[in-house]
Design a protein around this ligand. Structure first.
Ligand code: ZN
Length: 285
């Protein structure tokens, strides 16, 4: 278990972990020294050999007293993602092993929440069975941001056809808006900008709280530098506003922050400092 927030167990479900792209490409407004800055405030972010950002792709499994909820379903197997060779048509067992380590099978998941509809957050929504894409989690309701679904439906690319449409066709999809409550312990915080409907996740149990960032941030370094643009933010200025708002919320609540793509162990706290936020990593909570 990664941590416990009141009555809610949080487990890391890791799918991939490795060098992704160069920080100068990913953070185009951060200046030429971005790699050094990142290593100074978020050690372990940059690969020594390639100089690329090390990107974990992970979901978080929440075991509440009433539900088993998977936040983000990562890259998955067999998916068509030619733009990212390491994500393309994979065949890997790490994700399922992580689920097994938490003592669960695919049958046990009640909800899958996609913080947004990008390839590294929807992959295990489905799996190939006899040449057909079928929902991986047969008993789950799948929650997806409505604005992202509209956008991907128009695009009608592989992501939609392979990882979204089969869930809708199976009658398991629920299109949601931010503010949605998922049982008594989990709610969605609007953080548009990375995608139009992007949501982050709040876990609240008793007097304890945690926030799962999704892709409102991609590195702990963005706590210190929330104004950096990110290459794949569809609306970078809106993303900056959402990032600042999320960090304010986390700072005011003094809560645990789980950074979906932060360098492992991806868990810490933030505190307002000058015009930004200090990140303090935690090994345990
Ligand atoms: Zn992502």
């Amino acid at each position: 278990m990664l941590c416990k927030i009141g009555e809610v167990e949080v487990w890391r479900i890791l799918d991939l972990h490795g060098p992704f792209m160069s920080p100068t490409e990913l953070f185009p407004t951060a200046g030429p020294k971005v790699a050094q800055i990142m290593e100074s405030v978020a050690p372990g972010s940059i690969c020594d050999i390639s100089g690329k950002l090390i990107l974990p792709v992970q979901g978080f499994l929440l075991i509440t007293p009433t539900h088993r909820i998977l936040i983000d379903s990562c890259v998955g197997n067999d998916k068509t993602v030619p733009g990212f060779p390491e994500w393309h048509r994979r065949s890997d067992t790490r994700f399922m092993s992580s689920l097994g380590a938490a003592g669960l099978t695919v049958d046990d998941i009640d909800y899958v929440l996609c913080t947004h509809l990008h390839s590294d957050h929807v992959g295990w929504n489905t799996r190939l069975e006899d040449g057909r894409w079928v929902p991986t989690f047969p008993n789950a309701r799948y929650l997806m941001p409505a604005a992202d679904e509209s956008q991907q439906k128009v695009r009608n690319g592989e992501l939609y056809v392979e990882s979204v449409l089969p869930v809708i066709a199976a009658g398991q999809a629920e299109l949601v808006e931010a503010g949605h409550m998922l049982g008594d312990f989990v709610s969605l915080i609007p953080t548009p900008g990375h995608t139009p409907g992007h949501v982050s996740v709040r876990i609240k149990s008793g007097d304890r709280q945690a926030i799962i960032t999704g892709d409102a941030l991609h590195s702990a370094a963005q706590c210190w530098h929330p104004d950096w643009h990110f290459k794949f933010d569809v609306d970078p200025e809106q993303a900056v506003n959402s990032r600042r708002h999320l960090l304010e919320t986390a700072s005011e609540a003094a809560c645990i922050v789980l950074g979906s793509h932060f360098a492992l162990p991806s868990i810490g706290r933030v505190a307002a400092e000058q015009n930004a936020f200090r990140w303090t990593g935690l090994l345990d909570s």
